[in-house]
Each structure stands twice: as structure tokens, then as C-alpha cells.
Design a protein around this ligand. Sequence first.
Ligand SMILES: *[C@@H]1O[C@H](CO)[C@@H](O)[C@H](O)[C@H]1NC(C)=O
Ligand SMILES: *[C@@H]1O[C@H](CO)[C@@H](O)[C@H](O)[C@H]1NC(C)=O
Ligand SMILES: *[C@@H]1O[C@H](CO)[C@@H](O)[C@H](O)[C@H]1NC(C)=O
Ligand SMILES: *[C@@H]1O[C@H](CO)[C@@H](O)[C@H](O)[C@H]1NC(C)=O
Ligand SMILES: *[C@@H]1O[C@H](CO)[C@@H](O)[C@H](O)[C@H]1NC(C)=O
Ligand SMILES: *[C@@H]1O[C@H](CO)[C@@H](O)[C@H](O)[C@H]1NC(C)=O
Ligand SMILES: *[C@@H]1O[C@H](CO)[C@@H](O)[C@H](O)[C@H]1NC(C)=O
Ligand SMILES: *[C@@H]1O[C@H](CO)[C@@H](O)[C@H](O)[C@H]1NC(C)=O
Length: 472
Amino acid sequence: MWLSLLLSLVVAWWLPLAAPEPASPSGATGGQLRRLWLQDHCHAGICTNVQIGRSDYVILSQAPIPNQLMLTFINSSIAKIPHLLFDTFPDLQMLRMENCSLETFEKPQFEGASNLMSLFLGLNRLKDIPKNIFLGADNLATLHLHGNQLKHLSNHSLHALKELKELSLADNIIEQLPLGLFGGMRKLMDLNLAGNRLAALPRGIFDKNLNVTRINLARNRFTAFESELLKLQPRLSLLDISGNIIQELTLNFSLLELAVAHSCDLRRLTVYGIVRELDLHNNSLRELPHIPQAVNVTSLDLSQNPLGNLQGNPLRRFTALLRLNLSTTNAHELPEGLLKKQTSLQMLDISGNSMYSLKITLFDSLKALQYFYFQQNNWNCDFLQLLMSSFVKRKDLSFMEDITAPELVDDYVDGIACWYESDKTSKKCDASSSDAALELSVVRNEIKAFTEVVEKKFIKVYRMLEEMKMKL
Ligand SMILES: *[C@@H]1O[C@H](CO)[C@@H](O)[C@H](O)[C@H]1NC(C)=O
Ligand SMILES: *[C@@H]1O[C@H](CO)[C@@H](O)[C@H](O)[C@H]1NC(C)=O
Ligand SMILES: *[C@@H]1O[C@H](CO)[C@@H](O)[C@H](O)[C@H]1NC(C)=O
Ligand SMILES: *[C@@H]1O[C@H](CO)[C@@H](O)[C@H](O)[C@H]1NC(C)=O
Ligand SMILES: *[C@@H]1O[C@H](CO)[C@@H](O)[C@H](O)[C@H]1NC(C)=O
Ligand SMILES: *[C@@H]1O[C@H](CO)[C@@H](O)[C@H](O)[C@H]1NC(C)=O
Ligand SMILES: *[C@@H]1O[C@H](CO)[C@@H](O)[C@H](O)[C@H]1NC(C)=O
Ligand SMILES: *[C@@H]1O[C@H](CO)[C@@H](O)[C@H](O)[C@H]1NC(C)=O
């Protein structure tokens, strides 16, 4: 209050002079005191080309501007949030100042910001959050600080944010969290800590945050499942731990809507409790995850795992699956009864494998299928014709065409690459046919790799010949 009074005096003194060049030094900082009428930069809540240097001291308006609920800054460079922003816009509920080169907070920064509910400060250059800086913003519900350079936080960095529901500290360089950081946030529901350098969580860090339903710990340095997460049991519905190297994982939550654990080098996974969607792509799984309540899983992404040929009937308890991704799993074949229980399945992806031919009855039970991706395999042209006519076309399924280079392909069926059997003997004997197919696909891949190398060499040789020709 004193400050604004002082400033109105300053403004009153300033205006009659009407100095066109804003050059008055402001106290000890040696910065500039200048007028920056935000009204001139902002239209319908969007402010563009606002430039505020680190030592500038700006006056935003002659009088408070009421009823302005949102402000978004675009194409602006604002080293610090102007002191008087919340005096000038007392009704402000949402402030978006993303990607504005924001460097620092000033005290008191959020005095008078009691109407502020959403604050977006992502993609800036903030290095730290001073203690108690959010005093005054006591109704803030959403705070985004992702993509800054935050490293150390203290117990009091986020003090006063007792109404906070959503917090993102993603993509900073945080190595440790202080135990008391979230202590005052009893209503916290959504916490994003992805893309930091966390290897452990202090014991008890979530003791006061039992309302958390979504937590993202992806791309950190965890090497084992963090048992502190189990404290979030009652409410947690979304968990993302992707990109941490955790080879053995056991989850036990009462009801996870979505568990994301891709790119973890996972070798073994057990899930107790209910999980509906499970994204496990790009891991090292050689067998399906063990999920006693498999009956409640609706989406399973196992792509880019070295599963190989599935044995037995590992999907028999996944009876409610809607989406199944087995793309790039080193499979040459699928067991005949594999999909028997998948009567609800809507999407099946078996692309990027080495499949040659399958039992067509495999698909009989897929009554609900709409999307079927099977490109980038080693399909036999005769089988592919059959698959197209008796299943894909007949059920009008969506599929995806191949991108394999034509010189490596014998033929295409509706845009999917296929090869004719070159070895007639393998046709006769059914038992050896899959072995032969396997051999064929191995040889084909070798040839593919070989021709690529040879092609490169040929290009070189041609170029040399051309050069020699030129010289002659
Ligand atoms: C951030 O702002 C700069 C300059 O205003 C712009 O070039 C860049 O594309 C923006 N980046 C994002 C992620 O918005
Ligand atoms: C922001 O800057 C970019 C690139 O200079 C320009 O294309 C865009 O129109 C600007 N946006 C506004 C709202 O001024
Ligand atoms: C931070 O807060 C926690 C719990 O609220 C407390 O145990 C701890 O001593 C505090 N740490 C510091 C450095 O004040
Ligand atoms: C969850 O949030 C509600 C307010 O939305 C609050 O009253 C309650 O205490 C919180 N629960 C816990 C366990 O913190
Ligand atoms: C999973 O958690 C529940 C509730 O905390 C517990 O009763 C159960 O024993 C746990 N299951 C396993 C297999 O650890
Ligand atoms: C796959 O996961 C590994 C870790 O096992 C990671 O290093 C790699 O970057 C991931 N690849 C992709 C394409 O995400
Ligand atoms: C899990 O599946 C079973 C069997 O379909 C069903 O009875 C139960 O209600 C499901 N549980 C949840 C939480 O969806
Ligand atoms: C299946 O997984 C692969 C590899 O992870 C991915 O590229 C593809 O888009 C997924 N398929 C579908 C239909 O989502």
C-alpha cells in the first residue's frame, strides 16, 4: 500500500513533466523508472511486445484497471513480473507469462494477488523460488513452472499455496525435494515432476497430500519403485514413471486408470490392484506382465519389447481388452488361440514383426475389431490375399500401408508388402513351413542389410567412375 501511494506520487510528479524519454534512475538499483501503459499493449487480455529489463521499474497505469480477469503475454521479454501488476489489475484470475525470458521473482511479488487462481510461468529462466514468495497468492489453484532452471527448492518455496490443486515443476534440474515442500498443499491433486534429476523422495514427503490423483515422475533418475508413492494409494489414478531405469517393478494401487512405464528397461512387472491402461512400450520384457486382475485391463501396449513368439495362451484373462499393441516384439507367429477371449478388442497392432503366415482362424473371435495394423512384416503374398479378402476387407477394418522400398518387395496387396515363396519344398510340408518362413525372413533381413551396404558402396564407386570420366 505504501508503495503504491508512493508511486502515485511519483506518477503525479512525473506526468506534468511529461518527459518523453523515460530515463529517471530509480534508487540504488540504478535501473530505469519508466511508464509502460499496459493498456497500449494489451487487447482482449492478450499483451504483445512488452519489454521489461531486470532493473527497470515500470508504472503500468495511472489508475487500477478493474474487471480484467486474464492476461496472456506473447512475444514479450519480461525479466521480472512488474511489482504493481496486481495493484493495476486487482481482479486478475489468470496470468500467462510463458516463454517471456522471466529471470527472477521480486519481493513482494504477489501482494494483492488474492484473486489469482492460475499462474503459468513455464519455459522461462527462473533459477530459484525465494522463500515465501507466494505470500498473497493464497487462492492459487494452478501453478506451472516447467521448463525453467530451478535447482534447489526449500521448505518454504511454495509456502502459502494451500489451495493449490495442480503443480508442475517438470523439466527443471531439481535433484532433491525438501521434505516440507508440499506440506501445506492438502488439496494437491496433480503433481508433475517429470524431467528432473530426482533419484529418491524423502520419506514422508506426501504425508499431507492424500488427495493426489495424478503424479508424473518420468525422465528422472529413479532406479527402484519409490515406496513413498504407496502412500498415495487411496486416490492415485495416473502414474507415469517412464524413462527411469527400473528393471523389476511391482505396483499395488487400488485403481490406476493409467500406468505409464515405457522406456524403463523393464524385465519383470507385477501389478496388483486394478489397472485399466498400461503403456509398457520400449522395455525389455520377455514375458507378459503378471496382473492377477487382468480382467479389468482395457489397453495394453507391449510394443518394442523382445517378447518373441508368445507361448501358450497368455492373454486368456485379459477379457476386456479394447486396445492391444504387439508391434515390434520380434514375433514370427502368433499361437492359434491367442485372441480367443478378445471379443471386445477394437484395435490390434502386430506391425513391425517377422510374420509370414498365420492361421486365419486366429481372428475369428475379434468381433469388435475396427483397427488392424499389420504392415512391415514378411507376409507371404498368398496368405496376405486371404487375410485381406476373408477378414480385413470383409469387416471393413482400417489398416496402414507399407513403406518398404519397392526394390525389396515381390508384390503389394492393397499397399502391404509381401513375398512369394521361392522355395517350393517348404510348401509341401506344413510342419516345416514356419521354420522355412523363419529362415526366409532371416535371410531376407540379411539381404536387406547387405544390399543397403552394397548400394552405398556402389554409389561411391559410381561417383569415382564419374570423376575419372571427367578427368579423361
Ligand atoms: C518462445 O519465444 C521465442 C521468441 O519470442 C520464439 O521464437 C519461440 O518459438 C517461443 N518458444 C515456444 C516454445 O513458444
Ligand atoms: C509473435 O511473433 C511471431 C514471430 O515474430 C509472429 O509471427 C507472431 O505474429 C507474433 N504474435 C503476435 C500476437 O504478435
Ligand atoms: C522442512 O520441513 C520438514 C517437515 O515439515 C521438517 O521436518 C524439516 O526439518 C524442515 N527442514 C528445514 C531445513 O527447515
Ligand atoms: C482433500 O481435499 C479436501 C478439499 O478438497 C480437503 O477437505 C481434505 O482434507 C483433503 N483430504 C486430505 C486427506 O488431505
Ligand atoms: C496391496 O495393497 C493392499 C492394500 O494396501 C494390501 O492389502 C495387499 O496385501 C497388497 N498386495 C500385495 C500382493 O502386496
Ligand atoms: C528406449 O528405452 C531406453 C531405456 O531402456 C532409452 O535409453 C531409449 O532412449 C528409449 N528409446 C526411445 C525411442 O524412447
Ligand atoms: C473388474 O472386472 C470385474 C469383472 O468384469 C467387474 O466385476 C468389476 O466391477 C471390475 N472392477 C472395476 C473397478 O472396474
Ligand atoms: C503401437 O506401438 C508402436 C511402437 O511403439 C507405435 O508406433 C504405434 O503407433 C502403436 N500403434 C497404435 C495403433 O497406437
